[in-house]
Design a binder for this molecule. Sequence first.
Ligand code: TMP
Length: 237
Amino acid sequence: MKKLEQLYEGKAKKVFATDEDGVVIVDYKDDATAFNGEKKGTIMGKGVVNNKMSNYVFGLLEKDGVPTHFIKELSDRETAVKKVSIVPLEVIVRNVAAGSFSKRMGVPEGKELLCPILEFSYKNDELGDPFINDDYALALGLATQDEIDTIKKYTRKVNECLKKYFLSAGMKLIDFKIEFGRLPDGTIILADEISPDTCRLWDVKTNEKLDKDRFRRDLGNVEEAYNEVFRRLGLKD
Ligand code: TMP
């Protein structure tokens, strides 16, 4: 497969065209941003961790019946994936109160929720990814009812699968964000990434944060946290 011109550069990844129909290459960067790009930095080695972890997790999810964009890992930072058009929804699941939920609802971080919460944000940087509900998504034509139903069904499966997987590596899955894409025939599949950038992961015994909150909140040991997740998941060579 030939890597051709760059199609897109996001905050954490670049996307390249290939000589194969319907296939693009994602190239994971070490760049990190927070607060809608206001805070910028570098997390050395993050691209490798996020690439390999996403690919491994996508493989597990496929086995559990969640279709994903993953095709083939090409290098430490590069992966061939199915070309999709991204559904402009950030799909968030919360198992334990943290982050914007704790702020908005006045609930202390770390409080167990009685059931998982699935919420949507409108993926729009200019607006700062505002919180929306199903009716907003339908009324704005961001997704159809069928697509929303499929996305919710897959998302709940992702949560159940990942909670068990991370717990087996000594980490609690506090919350996470995923994104879906449409294939040319309209099929919905899981896209983007699943990594310490997009999940909150706390050590099961000490509640130590092992995710991007270390960067967002200047907690230090950022690279160490990404490497620790990588090591615990058995992905380090
Ligand atoms: P929040 O508590 O800030 O709303 O974040 C919820 C989850 O979504 C958390 O696991 C981090 C992840 N997330 C992203 O992946 N991208 C983002 O831009 C934001 C704000 C959160």
